[in-house]
Design a protein around this ligand. Structure first.
Ligand code: SAH
Length: 220
């Protein structure tokens, strides 16, 4: 990403972002690459102006349509689970929302494909990503249950809304050697899973309890 572009946008919040990163470290986020990326990503441009003073609190924030921008801890944790080495190849995100997680991924991956079911959220996210000069992001309005078959297989898949069960269609779109991070469960009582696909098969690991909005059917 263009540092100058980011600095111009984020100058005033540089110190608050440092504070956020220190808190994430205390909460157990260890990847230096992820912490650096969070440090240089202006989260305040991903929320409405009225909420921008709260953008560097470690809390989820509303983005309209009963949806939320995830808590920075969760964004950092899910990103570090997806990242094995120093960079990600092709990544699919399900649930673009504000575009903040997309922006974080775009700095760590070759290409990020992201699907969102609510058109007006997708449009706002696209504007923000282009403002930051993140041109390796590809967004579309679609039902994330289906993934993005034409662009599969993916080295990483991050699902940011919870399906009731492990999403088989998305597992099919993972490359061998690929990883998927996905919250699964109903009624905001969910478990975050890390799914790894190897030549020998699919491995499923429980990570921690989380609270996500549900992965819904149909477009809006
Ligand atoms: N990653 C987002 C978090 C957004 S919350 C961010 O950083 O802001 C989850 C998002 O998933 C919401 O925007 C919601 O509209 C979207 N979503 C829910 N069900 C979906 C589906 N079936 N397909 C695509 N997007 C979906």
């Amino acid at each position: 990403m263009n540092e100058l572009m980011l600095n111009g946008i984020g100058m005033t919040s540089k110190r608050t972002r440092e504070r956020l990163v220190n808190r994430l470290k205390k909460e157990g986020v260890t990847s230096r690459l992820v912490l650096k990326t969070i440090q240089q990503t202006p989260r305040h441009i991903f929320v409405d102006e009225a909420l921008s003073h709260r953008a560097y609190e470690d809390t989820a924030l509303p983005i309209g349509f009963s949806q939320t921008l995830s808590q920075p801890y969760i964004v950092a944790r899910m990103t570090e689970l997806l990242l094995t080495g120093s960079s990600l190849g092709r990544v699919l995100e399900v649930g673009t929302g504000s575009g903040y997680q997309t922006a974080v991924l775009a700095q760590l991956a070759d290409e990020v494909f992201s699907v969102e079911r609510i058109k007006s959220l997708q449009l706002k996210a696209a504007k923000r990503l282009s403002l930051l000069g993140l041109h390796n992001t590809y967004l579309k309005v679609a039902d994330g249950h289906l993934g993005w078959e034409q662009q599969a297989p993916f080295d990483g898949i991050m699902v940011t809304a919870a399906p009731p069960q492990l999403p088989e269609v998305l597992i099919d779109q993972l490359a061998v050697g690929g990883r998927m991070v996905v919250p699964v469960g109903k009624n905001r009582e969910q478990m975050l899973y890390l799914i790894t696909k190897t030549a020998a098969g699919v491995q499923v690991r429980e990570i921690e309890k989380v609270h996500f909005v549900p992965l819904l059917g149909g477009l809006k």
